[in-house]
Design a binder for this molecule. Sequence first.
Ligand SMILES: [Zn+2]
Ligand SMILES: [Zn+2]
Length: 289
Amino acid sequence: MAAASAAAAGLAARWLATPWLVWGVGPMAAVNAGFFLTAALLELLLATRLLDSDLLVYPANGAPAKRRDAALAATQEKIPFSKQLLTCLFIIAGPHAVANGASLTLLMRLAGAPAPAAWWPGDVLSAAWQLLAMAVVADFGLYWGHRVQHESKLLWQVHKVHHRIDTPSPFSTMYIHGLDATLQGGIPMALATLLIRPAPAILYISFGLRVAENALNHSGLDSRLLDFFTLKSLPFRAAAAHHDAHHKYCNHPKNARNYGETFYIWDVMFGTVNPRHGTRQGPPPKRVD
Ligand SMILES: [Zn+2]
Ligand SMILES: [Zn+2]
């Protein structure tokens, strides 16, 4: 027993002292664990139909609302579930993910970041601060990484891959071009890490939570119960409806709405919010061109 714990301590110390493990492999593992565990759990929750009453529906111009499962079936007819799953694997465990991990390692080395002394920050307050700061900076970066792809004709060619999903589901989150994932995920997370320099445990939790939230925002579940457990009930947090409406009404370049994912404040600040960003059920948001 003592030998096993000494070996574990040795491994942990070696991990902390090895930049490509701390900044490269760690975040990549956290993204894979955070995404696949959350997406699988949400898909399971959807399959049990326990939260059917919380599924978002959008009646179209007075016509009767199409049930979400019918809309979802139409999307999956266009892009089969197996293809979505394979794309998920390619995006978060494939060459783009490896390149993003290598880039973060290189960036931290170039910035002269010292090897972390410990896994955790000194106290709970520091941990909470680092988590919040990572979420704010990364979501600000995601907002612009997302918006620039709607604003630029060239980058829209990249982002329109993800917009083929008009009715999203958890595993469709990563049906996305690798460059898109880098612009909305890799670069913002790297900049946040560079700026905040969180302890490794906070870094991994931040990466895991980032993709877990992405999966929740694509589930179509706008549930008060889920909002409570996922802290979406807190002020300034974007409901699942925020990104769901983006898929429903913004499958076009220019003048899209609802770019942020964790917070809706960026959309309010920069004039891109759909006024009904937090709605649960109810009439569809007006498309603004
Ligand atoms: Zn978009
Ligand atoms: Zn999306």
